[in-house]
Write a protein that binds this ligand. Structure first.
Ligand code: FE
Ligand code: FE
Ligand code: ZN
Length: 276
């Protein structure tokens, strides 16, 4: 069974996202924990969260992905910016416990000139402060395209973060196909890419995939998503991704430029390409 969904708006609440997902043939989805600009989050309605949990269980959803605001920068040179990222992510993780056992994905951050090593240590320090023994949420580092001074542009950079985190059992990785292609990993040689990931990070740590085509060529470091088949990665390679033995049971999440209708069509297409 292919577990696939897309990014959904959380503005109508938790259960509404589950209903929307069902309506477009999805059995997982992603949402922003709050306005991506990082403003204050709406109070959680425990009944709404419980209704979503029941829906996810009833319809055998794969884990869903909460995405941290992409404007946070845990690797910033500015202590205030790092503190804001820490408080926001800590609050998000507390809120995630209303929907226990799911995934929380974030962009590791940009070192903005101070160097990868300094930035990496800031990310590690933040994670060591916010992760708790009792949390049921798994926190995922997203693979990045390497735009500007983004950290996480290589599997080695992710490994260095993971190596510093004490509660490593709470950590995993989300692979974004647009980002890894933009970072220079050739997905037409998927076995090589996954072998490299396995050597550096370990395939068991891979917990989710963002399934996107890319507007830009291999190694462009741009991060512009394209619809499936509308970019430089192409439908055949993305079909190989969902069917790869090491990936086929993971949740796949579309972040392609689409409305709900477009997402429903892509989900249908990908289900038709899945060999189980
Ligand atoms: Fe992302
Ligand atoms: Fe992504
Ligand atoms: Zn992206």
């Amino acid at each position: 069974m292919l577990h696939i969904g897309c990014h959904l708006s959380s503005s109508d609440g938790f259960e509404a996202m589950g209903q929307t997902a069902l309506a477009i043939g999805a059995n997982t989805f992603q949402f922003f924990t709050r306005n991506p600009r990082g403003s204050k989050a709406k109070a959680i309605d425990p009944q709404d969260a419980a209704a979503l949990c029941a829906l996810l269980k009833k319809h055998h959803f794969a884990p869903i992905i909460a995405h941290a605001p992409y404007t946070l920068n845990p690797a910033s040179a500015d202590p205030k910016t790092r503190e804001f990222a820490l408080l926001t992510m800590q609050d998000d993780l507390q809120r995630m416990e209303y929907v226990p056992g799911n995934l929380y994905n974030f962009h590791p951050g940009s070192h903005v000139g101070q160097g990868v090593e300094v930035g990496t240590q800031f990310i590690i320090d933040l994670l060591n402060e916010i992760l708790t023994a009792s949390q049921t949420t798994m926190v995922l580092l997203e693979t990045m395209s390497g735009k500007g001074s983004e950290i996480g542009r290589s599997f080695d950079e992710l490994k260095r973060i993971l190596d510093g985190v004490k509660r490593s059992e709470k950590m995993g990785v989300c692979m974004d196909t647009c980002h890894v292609s933009d970072a220079g990993y050739d997905l037409t040689r998927l076995d090589d890419v996954l072998n490299d990931f396995d050597k550096q990070v370990g395939l068991p740590l891979l917990k989710a995939v963002h399934l996107n085509d890319s507007l830009n060529p291999l190694g462009a470091h741009k991060d512009r998503h394209a619809v499936i088949g509308g970019g430089t990665i192409g439908t055949d390679t993305l079909s190989a991704v969902i069917n790869h033995p090491a990936l086929k049971n993971l949740p796949f999440c579309l972040e392609t430029p689409n409305d709900l209708d477009g997402y429903a069509k892509e989900i249908k297409l990908l289900r038709s390409l899945y060999r189980g």
